[in-house]
Every structure is written in structure tokens, then in C-alpha cells.
Design a protein around this ligand. Structure first.
Ligand code: ADP
Ligand code: MG
Length: 720
């Protein structure tokens, strides 16, 4: 009966060590070897062409065909020297994965290898299989991919990968990257305008991103023996191991050799691909780990995150491992998140979120800091919507990592500064008097080491010189939440600039005008600031009083991405038109429906084909035993109790599964995606999942261990 499980466990025992050897002792010897970055361009392109490419990237210009031809030719040679035979446009459709369509450099009609600028710049993938939420059917648009020169081209396997956006011929974005790029341009423009109030030398501002990717590792054989892990990426059943997360000795503890070898291996591959991985450590739960790179420009960082997930998956195979990026692979244990560390950096080298020892710079710091808080307050619902997914619903507001309520944590030092700014009345400066001293902002310490800055319960925290958006799901493409963050901050920077300019036009001194606007922002955004425990019930009540939303499920929180406020923002900044907003909404809803549907079907399958038959045969064993005992005149009442218990769970499971299937049938006839998603949430997931699981997990404890068909948590998690 439990053959699959036993075989899998035996396989784990016989695993042999996989030797991992770096190409060289020093990472710097092979770092970026597979990337056609600035250095490679400089080495292979003529100085004029190189200059044009750099200029194109910096000024977000369109590349001309002559330059593209020169780059393509250099790329072809660089690739052929490395044994690369094919190229592909690498893009991020709304499925969440990355997509590729490989073409050969070899041109049979000419008998030579060929790669032209036109093929580098634009391609037409067969896009009919990618989700487009009705855009295509409405416009019968064909999609095309277009080179994004601001992200590095790289070799993956034997293929040259060109990062691209994916758009419809009618202009609608069909991917994650196109809107992210737009948002980067928008926040760049808005931030430069504000910077110029302080420093005229600033001409460009880049958003930086450093993500922290959490994941679980399980043995591949055990993974394969769990149909739910294979199909859903998470376990739909499974009793908590006796030794769970309570033993925090795992955290930052020593990494098991097998895992260490795997980490070393994927780090080597990542370093070749120019992904600057820096830290590796154990996370809170057993079997859970984290990888984080050195931060970089946000678009590049987003691509690196997508690529890393693929690298990790491929390398895991070699080590007989499977990596789980699902937000909640195991009930009762910590879920997987992806912290997004975000900041804005000028082309003069200043991190705009870095407090400084210079009072003048601190006014600039405060401007960006306060405006960001204001943006989070103004658009907290949209931020919530940007991280909604079926997987993340298991984390957000489920009494572990960040709550579903968006709030911002800033630490006690900055709280004091903002409180003081808020309460100072109209400022009159006597001749020679120091404004900054008067405001107390000449003294913001350069390095803010709040001991409270380890407040892990906040979904959006200021951590010294950057903001950390912690509610992002581990499996998410970071482009979407980062796009929203860039956009809302840009929007509020615009509002700030307008207000300051108006006051200055009315004759107010610049610094006083800035302060007046900041003071308004601080007052207006106070409700979003929260320094306490984000998991507590007190906070739920308090947040309600403050008027903050607390929406715990995806279908409802996606409303935030289509409401009037969102539409206005998207249209104002020309990020999305109405059709794109609807299309994206629909894709997200459909994705949600599909995930809950698959989970539910999987539960049904497991119950009918594995759990119930196992429980029944165990029940029969008990019955035999009880009969035997009774025949001998021995008291069998204890065994009878167990039989009753087992029977009880079997009937309950049967009944729930049958009802759940009927509900699915009913809901599947609903046409409206939003309505259907809400029904799936309320009347499938919420109504049945926990109850079903409860009984199955009880049976796991009751049934003879040898008979149990599913690999158990303790076997999956304590990998050594
Ligand atoms: P923790 O686990 O304490 O949250 P880590 O040190 O693991 O922090 O991760 C911090 C992340 O923040 C790293 O990816 C790092 O590159 C990134 N980071 C550091 N400074 C900045 C910055 N100015 N802008 C964006 N990201 C940053
Ligand atoms: Mg973090």
C-alpha cells in the first residue's frame, strides 16, 4: 500500500554526495562570464557604437538599426566562441514564469551563422498560448517582444537570452516588464524634479532593489511521492511533525552538507550569470532557506530574481532535490516570503533614503522619506492588491509573516523627528538663525540603528537606508509590486513638487515651503504609521479605527487594482489603460480560480484514492483484532473506540469531499470571473479545506505508520 512512500524513503537513504567544484578559487575569475554586460560590450564594440548603446540605456531611448546590427554581430561572435548555437527573446508573460522561443544562429539558406539587429531588437513569439485576459480576442492583436537594453543579455545553457518586453501590436502590455520599465521612468522623472530643489546636478534617479528569496528544499524522490507537492506546489494534508518550528535551533544553525553543496552549486551558476548572491542561511522553519543578492537597479534585479528561481530549480535536480517557492508549502510552519528592499539612488551617487550628517541633505532625505510614507498611506490598498495571490493568502493575515493590513514601520528615531516636525508651528527665522537646528533635523544620526528596527511584523518597514516591502509572495514576480511602489511614490513626489512650487510662487522661501508641505504630508499620513506588533489582535482593532483595510483574500483585494482610484492613477501616468487594467484583473482572478480548483481536486483525489482506502484497510485490521479478542473473551472496548474514531473520520471525509465536488460543479457554471473567484474562496477553500484536512491529519496519527501512503512531514522536512 505505502509502496511509493517506502521506495522514496529508501531512495533518499542511498543518495550519494554530489561533488561541486567552482571553475576557479576566486569568484571574481568567473563572475559574469555568461553575461554580455558593459565590459563585454566595451571589449567587442567600436567606441562609437559602445557610446551609443550606453547613451540609449541611460536616456531610455530607442536603439537605431545600425547600432543594433553592430551589437547583434558582436553578440553572435561572443556566443559562437562559447559554443552557443541558439538565441531567444526571454520575457515574462503574465503566467508568472519566463518564456522563451529558441531560434538558431545558423541560417541554412546561406549556410552561415547569422544574427541581425532586427532579430535582436524585435521578435514575434506565438503568443496565443499566453494569458491576455481578453485583450487578444478584443483586438485580435498580435504580440511582439522587444529588446530591453537596460537588462543584461546572458547565456543560459546553450542559448543566448535577450531580455525583452512583451506587448500587443495595439500597444497593450502583455507582460510584467513593460509596466515596470514605465514606472521606473516615471519615478526617475518625478524624483529628479524634486532633487533639483536641493541639488541641480542630479539628472537621473534609479530605483534599486535587493530581494531576499525564501524557499524550502525537499528530496526529489519524496517530492515525487507526494502528488499534492507535484500538482499544487504545497502539501494539502500532513500532520505537524513532533519536532516542529518550536525548536528554533534551526535558525542560522549549521547548514546540512547536502544542502550546502546545493547552495554552493547554484551560487556558482548564479555568479557566472552575474547574479550577485551574497548571503545564504537557514530560515525559521526546518527545511527552509534564503538567498539574497547585493541590490542593484530594480529592473535588472527583477530579471535576476526570475532567472535565479530557474537556476535553483535546475541545479536542484542534479542534487536530487526539489526547491519549493510556494508561499505556504507546509501547514503549521513558517511560509515563504520575498522581502523587497527598495531605495532611490541619484546619478550623483546619493541614496535618497540615507540620512546624512549634513543638515541640508537631511531635508532632502526627509522629503523622500516622508513622501514615500505619504504614498503608502494614500495607496495602501493598491499595494495590498499588488501582492495578492492564492499562495500569499495562506500567509497574509494568517497569523504569521506580515498581516493583510498595510502599515509602515519607521523606528523610534524617525518617529521623534516626524512628530517634532508635525508639531512645530509656522516657522519664523530670525536673521542668522539655523533652520535645521531649530527643527532638530541637523541631528538625525547618519546610521539609524533602532533596536526596534528588527520589527519583523511590519509589512513595510524603513530599515536604515531603504524601505523593505515584506508582504511580497516568494513565488511572485517582483516586477508588479515594484511597479506599484515606483508609481505611487512618483505620484506623490509630483504632488509634493506642485505644492512646493505653488508656495514658492506665492513668495515663500524654498526651505520653508518644503517644510510646510512635508508637515501636511506627515499629518495626512499618520494613520499608516504603526510601530507595534503587527500580529496582535489589538492592531486589527486599532487599524479598523484608523480606517485601514484588512482584506485577507485575493479575489476581494484585487478589487483595489481596478477601483476608481487605481484607474485614475494608472491612466494619469499612462501605465495602463482601462482595457489593460481589466485584462490583468481577469488574469489574476483566473489564476486564483485555477489554483483553488487544483488544490480542491487534489484533495478529492488523494482522499478517494489514497486516504480512504488506507483508512478502511486499517479499520478492517482493527475489526479483525477486536473480533478475535472478543472471541477469546478479552475486553475489546479500547479498540472499538479507535474503530469508531476511524469510521467517524472516514464518513466525515466522504461527506465533505462529495459536497465540495458538488460546490465546484455549481461554481464552474458561473461566467463572471470575480464572482467565481469569490465563490471559490468562500465556498470551496474556506468552507472545506481546513475541515477536510483536520480529519485526514487525524487519520494520519491513527493509522499504522507502515500503511500510510503519503510521505510525512518529518520525512520531508528533516533532510540531512
Ligand atoms: P535582513 O535579512 O535583515 O532583512 P539582509 O541583509 O538579508 O537583511 O538583506 C538585505 C537586502 O537589502 C540585501 O539584498 C541587500 O542587497 C539589500 N539592500 C541593502 N541596501 C539597499 C539599498 N540601499 N537599496 C536596496 N536594497 C538594499
Ligand atoms: Mg529582510
Amino acid at each position: 500500500m505505502a509502496l511509493l512512500r517506502i521506495n522514496a524513503l529508501n531512495l533518499v537513504q542511498s543518495r550519494e554526495k554530489v561533488e561541486v567544484e567552482a571553475p576557479s578559487k576566486r569568484i571574481s575569475d568567473y563572475y559574469g562570464d555568461l553575461v554580455f554586460g558593459k565590459e563585454q560590450m566595451q571589449a567587442t564594440l567600436s567606441p562609437e557604437v559602445f557610446k551609443r548603446v550606453v547613451d540609449t540605456i541611460k536616456n531610455r531611448k530607442k536603439i537605431d538599426m545600425e547600432t543594433a546590427d553592430a551589437v547583434a554581430s558582436a553578440l553572435k561572435n561572443w556566443s559562437l566562441e562559447r559554443g552557443v548555437t541558439h538565441y531567444t527573446h526571454w520575457f515574462q508573460p503574465l503566467t508568472g514564469a519566463t518564456a522563451e522561443k529558441h531560434d538558431s544562429f545558423y541560417d541554412p539558406s546561406k549556410g552561415i551563422e547569422n544574427f541581425r539587429g532586427s532579430a535582436l531588437v524585435q521578435q514575434e513569439p506565438d503568443a496565443s498560448s499566453f494569458p491576455n485576459g481578453g485583450i487578444r480576442s478584443t483586438f485580435e492583436a498580435r504580440g511582439y517582444t522587444a529588446w530591453d537594453p537596460s537588462s543584461s543579455i546572458f547565456i543560459y545553457g546553450k542559448t543566448l537570452c535577450v531580455p525583452t518586453i512583451f506587448v500587443a501590436y495595439t500597444g497593450e502590455a502583455l507582460d510584467y516588464k513593460a509596466p515596470l520599465l514605465k514606472s521606473l521612468e516615471i519615478v526617475d522623472k518625478a524624483a529628479v524634479k524634486v532633487c533639483k530643489l536641493f541639488d541641480r546636478n542630479v539628472t537621473k534617479v534609479d530605483a534599486s532593489l535587493g530581494w531576499e528569496q525564501e524557499y524550502f528544499l525537499v528530496d526529489k524522490a519524496l517530492f515525487t511521492a507526494r502528488p499534492d507537492l507535484v500538482m499544487c506546489g504545497r502539501t494539502v494534508f500532513g500532520h505537524n511533525p513532533a519536532r516542529g518550528q518550536q525548536l528554533d535551533d534551526h535558525y542560522f544553525g549549521s547548514i546540512p552538507t547536502r544542502i550546502y553543496d546545493y547552495m554552493k552549486d547554484f551560487e556558482i551558476e548564479s555568479h557566472k550569470l552575474g547574479i550577485p548572491l551574497m548571503t545564504r542561511h537557514n530560515e525559521v522553519a526546518p527545511g527552509q532557506y534564503e538567498a539574497a543578492p547585493m541590490y542593484c537597479e530594480a529592473n535588472q534585479a527583477a530579471d535576476q530574481n526570475q532567472l535565479l528561481k530557474d537556476v535553483m530549480d535546475k541545479v536542484a535536480n542534479k542534487h536530487g532535490l526539489k526547491v519549493l517557492f510556494h508561499e505556504k508549502p507546509f501547514a503549521g510552519l513558517n511560509g515563504n516570503g520575498k522581502h523587497n528592499n527598495w531605495s532611490l539612488v541619484t546619478d550623483t551617487g546619493v541614496n535618497l533614503f540615507q540620512p546624512s550628517s549634513s543638515a541640508r541633505d537631511n531635508l532632502m532625505f526627509l522629503t523622500f522619506f516622508v513622501t514615500t510614507i505619504k504614498a503608502v498611506h494614500e495607496y495602501s490598498d493598491l499595494l495590498r492588491g499588488s501582492i495578492a495571490s492564492a499562495g500569499n493568502d495562506f500567509r497574509l493575515g494568517a497569523n504569521e509573516a506580515p498581516p493583510a493590513i498595510i502599515s509602515a514601520f519607521i523606528g523610534s528615531t524617525l518617529t521623534k523627528v516626524l512628530d517634532q516636525l508635525e508639531t512645530t508651528g509656522d516657522i519664523e527665522l530670525a536673521k542668522g538663525e539655523n533652520l535645521y537646528m531649530k527643527l532638530g533635523i541637523d541631528q538625525i544620526p547618519e546610521i539609524i540603528l533602532d533596536n526596534t528596527d528588527r520589527n519583523r511584523t511590519s509589512p513595510f518597514a524603513f530599515t536604515g537606508n531603504k524601505f523593505e516591502f515584506r508582504a511580497v509572495g516568494s513565488d511572485a514576480n517582483v516586477s508588479n509590486p515594484m511597479m506599484i511602489l515606483n508609481l505611487i511614490v512618483a505620484d506623490q513626489l509630483g504632488a509634493f513638487h506642485k505644492k512646493v512650487t505653488k508656495l514658492m510662487d506665492d513668495g515663500k522661501e524654498k526651505r520653508l515651503a518644503i517644510l510646510e508641505v512635508l508637515r501636511g504630508f506627515i499629518k495626512e499620513s499618520k494613520a499608516i504609521r504603526f510601530e507595534g506588533d503587527g500580529y496582535s489582535d489589538d492592531w486589527v482593532n486599532e487599524a479598523k479605527k484608523r480606517g485601514l483595510s484588512n482584506v485577507k483574500n485575493t479575489p476581494k483585494s484585487l478589487d483595489f487594482t481596478t477601483n476608481e482610484k487605481a484607474v485614475q492613477l494608472f491612466e494619469k501616468h499612462k501605465i495602463f489603460n482601462k482595457l489593460e487594467i481589466q485584462a490583468r484583473h481577469e488574469i489574476k482572478l483566473e489564476n486564483y480560480i485555477m489554483k483553488v480548483q487544483v488544490d480542491s481536486r487534489m484533495m478529492g483525489d488523494l482522499v478517494l484514492n489514497h486516504i480512504i482506502p488506507t483508512a478502511i484497510s486499517y479499520q478492517n485490521k482493527l475489526i479483525q483484532n477486536a473480533t478475535g479478542l472478543t472471541n477469546l473473551g478479552i475486553d475489546a472496548s479500547e479498540i472499538k473506540k479507535t474503530i469508531e474514531e476511524v469510521s467517524g473520520h472516514i464518513s466525515k471525509i466522504r461527506k465533505l469531499t462529495k459536497e465540495m465536488t458538488e460546490e465546484r460543479k455549481r461554481i464552474n457554471t458561473i461566467d463572471n470571473a470575480r464572482e467565481k473567484a469569490i465563490e471559490y474562496c468562500d465556498n470551496v477553500k474556506e468552507k472545506y479545506f481546513d475541515d477536510l484536512r483536520y480529519s485526514v491529519d487525524k487519520l494520519e496519527l491513527l493509522v499504522d505508520d507502515e500503511d500510510w501512503p503519503l510521505v510525512k512531514y518529518r520525512e520531508l522536512l528533516f533532510l540531512r
